[in-house]
Design a protein around this ligand. Structure first.
Ligand code: SPD
Length: 388
């Protein structure tokens, strides 16, 4: 194109733009919406626009359920639990009335075998495309072949949650990066007065004791369980309580100073303390001995009254922006790859939430137990909890 043509073309463009801007006449009325965009197809729901969800406590952003209700017109009844054992007892009894439950993968595995769950209708879950294949494969290989029954919601670890000031006041060089904080009587005894708590999660806690002892955390050998029980009984006098949800508030308000807790819960305690303007610094460490790793899974009971609504909600939770909002709020790692760039840097880059590649091999999955081992474990656990 020569210079005069260029000039002409530029002038023509300017003239056209000026003409467009200078046009005082009202623009032509837009065609009716129906003529431009076809009406969005009505979302298919169950006849009853209700959804009954049973999830872990403190495990969802408070805005997510109301936003889903507003978008779909489905009324969500939302109940919470804080132990896999409680959930399992209900599921095995049947007729829970729940449409979605969230067992950890090790429990899900045996519940699938007991026929508790229906297979997912993946055609109703297009957002599965957002999920991290590596995590899905890991769950498929160990617990749910083909990922037929469940979708990962969050994953994480249990480790050392502590109030920095109260701990260092009592022991300047406390081994906060070790399970010795709980399982060495000469250490844990120093924190008795400021409050030590342990999760009410038998297989997971016994797994952490076995890690501390340098043993296989999933061992079912009776002698290994006995060794773990010996440790637990020795430290029992220094434990204020065994509970899996109360410690969030208690760490936040300074009622307790040391918790064997789940990563996101400990960070929620930190957030609550900050929000209340408390001068409390709550921290979380993955112990150097390694940690137990869990995958909490969204699944639909076989007798769920509203299975279509359940699929809608699971698909909603897999929207990248919803998954990111949930992780930002509760500080647990999600496995929604499409959400990773939307998660706030504080969470996404926190190695306690998303452990670095060098730490990942130290994280041990909690594997499903045999019924015989569960019986032995339950006895050990009762002795530990009661201290007798
Ligand atoms: N407050 C939510 C905690 C969820 C933790 N799930 C952990 C399962 C451990 N096996």
């Amino acid at each position: 194109m020569n210079a005069s043509l260029l000039r002409l073309s530029a002038a023509a463009t300017v003239a056209l733009l000026l003409a467009a801007c200078g046009n005082k006449e009202a623009p032509p009325a837009p065609p009716p919406a129906a003529a431009t965009a076809p009406a969005a197809p009505a979302v298919e729901t169950d006849a009853e626009k209700v959804l009954n969800v049973y999830n872990w406590s403190d495990y969802i952003d408070p805005g997510v359920v109301p936003e889903f209700e507003k978008e779909t017109g489905i009324k969500v009844n939302y109940d919470v639990f804080d132990s896999n054992e409680v959930l399992e007892t209900k599921l095995l009894a049947g007729r829970t009335g729940y449409d979605i439950v969230v067992p950890s993968a090790s429990f899900l595995e045996r519940q699938i075998k007991a026929g508790v769950f229906q297979k997912l209708d993946k055609a109703k879950l297009p957002n599965l495309k957002n999920m991290d294949e590596a995590i899905a494969q890991r769950v498929a290989a160990a617990h749910d072949p083909g990922n037929e029954h469940a979708v990962n919601y969050f994953w994480g670890t249990s480790g050392v949650g502590y109030n920095e000031a109260k701990i260092t006041e009592r022991m300047a060089s406390a081994p906060v990066d070790s399970f010795a904080m709980f399982y060495d009587p000469s250490v844990v005894s120093k924190f008795k007065d400021c409050g030590v708590t342990v999760l009410d999660a038998p297989s997971e806690v016994v797994g952490t004791v076995l890690l501390y002892l340098g043993k296989d955390p999933n061992s079912e050998k009776p002698e290994d369980l006995k060794a773990a029980e010996d440790v637990l009984m020795k430290i029992r006098p220094y434990i204020r309580y065994v509970n899996s949800s109360k410690y969030i508030e208690d760490l936040a308000n300074g009622e307790v100073c040391l918790s064997l807790g789940w990563v996101g819960d400990v960070f929620q305690a930190r957030d609550r303390a900050n929000a209340a303007g408390k001068d409390v610094m709550i921290k979380y460490r993955i112990p150097k001995e390694g940690a137990m790793m869990f995958f909490d899974m969204l699944a639909i009971p076989v007798d769920a009254p509203h299975p279509i609504n359940a699929h809608l909600f699971i698909n909603y939770l897999m929207r990248p922006e919803v998954a990111a909002k949930n992780s930002d709020s509760v500080h647990y790692a999600n496995s929604n790859k499409a959400s990773y760039d939307l998660i706030s840097k504080d969470v996404r880059e926190d190695p306690a939430v998303y452990p670095t590649p060098d730490v990942m091999p130290k994280l041990q999955p909690d594997l499903a137990e045999s019924p015989q081992f569960t019986r032995l474990l339950t006895r050990t656990w009762t002795r530990f909890k009661t201290g007798k």
